[in-house]
Design a protein around this ligand. Structure first.
Ligand code: GCU
Length: 128
């Protein structure tokens, strides 16, 4: 099948808040991570079969500094401090992709801030 979108504002949010006070998001908003280490968004992702898949994260970072995040899949670290670099302003959204191993059926994908700035604003992820 094709790609599936999962909106961040509909996911499980720990130490962050769903907001819509910038333009250009999809769905009903985005997640503003709290500015601290450990804030995360976790997505429940269903896969038809086991194997590698493309994970694409759509984000904005209106600061001038990288806002790295650890990407874990089913509790295992898949991408260590993946860079989410500055995007000029909070209305400018770009994507970042990594390959992730999925189980058949239910999976959890978590994006956790690893620096004191917290994560970028996260609009959605896409699988496939
Ligand atoms: C600003 C911006 C927020 C962003 C925050 C941050 O407050 O309006 O959308 O999340 O900066 O630095 O994380």
């Amino acid at each position: 099948g094709g790609a599936t979108d999962y909106q961040a504002e509909d996911a499980t949010i720990s130490q962050g808040v769903a907001e819509s006070n910038h333009t250009g998001f999809t769905g009903t908003g985005f997640v503003n991570y709290d500015n601290l280490v450990g804030s995360y968004v976790e997505f429940a992702v269903n896969a038809g079969s086991a194997g590698n898949a493309a994970l694409t994260l759509r984000f904005a970072n209106g600061t001038t500094a990288n806002r790295p995040m650890d990407i874990t899949v089913n509790g295992a670290l898949v991408s260590d401090e993946l860079a989410f670099d500055a995007t000029t302003n909070w209305d400018t959204w770009v994507t970042k992709s990594v390959t992730v191993p999925l189980n058949a059926g239910a999976n959890t994908i978590r994006a956790t801030a690893t620096t004191a700035g917290g994560g970028p604003n996260l609009d959605r992820i896409t699988i496939g």
